[in-house]
Write a protein that binds this ligand. Structure first.
Ligand code: SAM
Ligand code: TMP
Ligand code: ZN
Length: 404
C-alpha cells in the first residue's frame, strides 16, 4: 500500500473492520442498500502522514442529503464567529479583500464575513447545506474544490487573500489537486489556513472514533509541513484548538513569503520528542482502543442484564466507528437523540439504532446516556442538568470508559 501524499510505504496500525458511510443515516425500509468498506489506518514511513487504507467515493459521502450542520453547536458558532472576526481584522483588512472557504457547509463562518460586506465564496459540494448557506446571504459555488475549480474561481473572481477550510481538508484524499488549486488561487502574499483533528490529541486520548470514512487523514505538524513543502509552501503557524476533541489550525504561505512563528518549531520538536508516529506509540494506541471496546461492551451488556435503560446522545459521524466496531445495536442502546433534522426518523448506518429529536431526551429520563458527542460535553452537560438531577448517569468512552 502506498501513501496518497508521497507514494511511500504505509504501515497499518489499527483496523476497525467493515464500516458503513458514517453520515448515511438510513430510512427503516432501506437497510438492505447500505454501502460498506474496510476501515483501517496506517502511517507513511516517509512523510509520517496517517491515512485510511481504503477510500470511499466522494459522491457517496457528500451529496444533496449530507446531514451534518456546522451550526449544530453553540460553541462552534462562537468559534467560527471569532475566527471570522480575526480574519477580518488581519488578513482581510487590506483594500477589496477576497476569502474562499472550502467546505463552508451551512455558512456558519462565512455569514460573519458576508455581514461585513467582504468579498467571499464558499465552495460546497453538498447541495442541501449549501442552500442553507445561500439563505443566510453567503455566496456559494456548489462544487468539489480541486485544481480545476480553483482555476475557474481565479478567472472569475481574481486571486484570494485567504483560503480557509475547517474540518474539510482532512476529508479529501486527493490533496495533490487541492494544493495545486490553492497555489493557483492564492495571492502571492496570501495564506492557506485550515483546522482539523490533531493526531497528537487522538493518540493521547485514544479517541479512535475520530477515524471514519470522512476523516481520510489525521494530520500532524510533521506531516503537514511535508505536504506543504512538496507544493512550494511553508508551514508558518500552528495553533492548538480545544474544539472537536483537540485540533490544530495550520497556516501555510508561499515558500519564503513569511517568517514561521516559534510555535511551529515547538510543535515539531514535541512531536519528535514524543515519537508521535513511532511504532510503540501506535501499538499502545491500538491496545487502548481494544480495551475501550471491551469495557464499553461489558458495561452495556451488564446494564441490559440489570434492566437499565440506555439512550445515546448525539448521532455523530464518529459514533459509526464505535457502534460498528463494538457491534452495538438497538438491543444495547435503544435510540439516540440528536438535534439534526436530516438524521431524525432514520437509523444509524450499519448499527440501525433509531435517531430521535432532542424532545425524546426528557423526563422520564433513561438511567444512562451514552455521550457520542463527547467533544461537545461541556455544552451538552450544561444544558441537560435535569438529566443528572433526575438520577441519570452519563457514560463516556474517551479517554477511557467512565461514568459521570
Ligand atoms: N467547515 C464546516 C465545519 O467545520 O463545521 C463543515 C465541515 S463538514 C465535516 C465537511 C464539509 O466539507 C462538508 O460540508 C462537505 O460537503 C465538504 N467537502 C467535502 N469535500 C469537499 C471538497 N472537495 N471541496 C469543498 N468542500 C468539500
Ligand atoms: P460533531 O461531533 O461531528 O460536531 O457532531 C455532533 C452531533 O451531535 C450532531 O449530529 C449534532 C448533535 N448535537 C446534539 O444533538 N445536541 C447538542 O447539543 C450538540 C452540541 C450536538
Ligand atoms: Zn507519505
Amino acid at each position: 500500500m502506498a501513501c496518497r501524499i508521497c507514494s511511500g510505504r504505509l504501515h497499518p496500525f489499527a483496523d476497525f473492520g467493515r464500516q458503513p458511510v458514517s453520515d448515511a443515516f438510513v430510512l427503516p425500509g432501506d437497510t438492505g442498500e447500505e454501502f460498506f468498506f474496510d476501515l483501517a489506518v496506517g502511517v507513511c514511513e516517509s512523510c509520517a502522514m496517517v491515512q485510511l487504507l481504503q477510500e470511499v467515493p466522494r459522491e457517496r459521502m457528500f451529496h444533496e442529503g449530507y446531514p451534518y450542520l456546522s451550526s449544530g453547536s453553540a460553541v462552534m458558532r462562537e468559534h467560527f464567529r471569532s475566527l471570522a472576526g480575526r480574519l477580518l481584522a488581519t488578513e482581510l483588512a487590506g483594500p477589496d479583500p477576497f476569502v474562499v472557504e472550502l467546505g463552508c457547509n451551512d455558512g456558519t463562518m462565512l455569514a460573519t464575513i458576508a455581514a461585513a460586506g467582504v468579498r467571499h465564496l464558499g465552495v460546497e459540494p453538498s447541495g442541501g447545506v449549501a442552500d442553507l448557506a445561500e439563505a443566510r446571504g453567503v455566496r456559494v459555488r456548489k462544487d468539489f474544490f480541486e485544481a480545476a475549480t480553483a482555476a475557474s474561481i481565479l478567472a472569475f473572481d481574481g486571486p484570494a487573500d485567504v483560503v480557509y477550510a475547517a474540518n474539510t481538508l482532512c476529508h479529501i484524499p486527493y490533496l495533490d489537486s487541492i494544493m495545486k488549486g490553492v497555489a493557483t488561487l492564492l495571492r502571492p502574499g496570501g495564506v492557506f489556513v485550515f483546522e482539523d483533528p490533531y493526531l497528537g490529541d487522538i493518540l493521547e486520548r485514544a479517541s479512535f472514533d475520530q477515524i471514519y470514512d470522512e476523516h481520510f487523514y489525521l494530520f500532524s505538524a510533521t506531516s503537514v509541513r511535508e505536504l506543504a513543502r512538496r507544493h512550494g509552501f511553508d508551514l508558518v503557524d500552528v495553533e492548538r484548538l480545544p474544539v472537536h476533541g483537540g485540533e490544530v489550525r495550520y497556516t501555510l504561505a508561499r515558500r519564503g513569503a513569511r517568517t514561521p512563528s516559534p510555535a511551529v518549531a515547538e510543535l515539531l520538536a514535541a512531536e519528535e520528542a514524543g515519537a508521535l508516529t513511532g511504532p510503540q506509540t501506535l501499538r499502545d494506541f491500538a491496545g487502548r482502543v481494544a480495551g475501550i471496546r471491551d469495557s464499553l461492551v461489558d458495561l452495556l451488556t451488564g446494564l441490559r442484564a440489570r434492566g437499565a435503560t440506555v439512550y445515546g446522545y448525539g448521532a455523530t459521524a464518529k459514533s459509526a466507528t464505535v457502534l460498528n466496531y463494538c457491534r452495538i445495536g438497538p438491543g444495547l442502546v435503544s435510540h439516540i437523540c440528536d438535534t439534526t433534522p436530516a438524521k431524525q426518523g432514520r437509523l444509524t448506518p450499519g448499527s440501525h439504532i433509531p435517531v430521535r429529536g432532542p424532545e425524546a431526551f426528557a423526563a422520564p429520563y433513561p438511567d444512562y446516556a451514552l455521550l457520542f458527542a463527547w467533544n461537545h460535553a461541556e455544552e451538552i452537560m450544561a444544558k441537560e442538568t435535569a438529566f443528572r438531577d433526575a438520577g441519570g448517569t452519563w457514560i463516556l468512552y474517551v479517554p477511557d470508559v467512565h461514568l459521570v
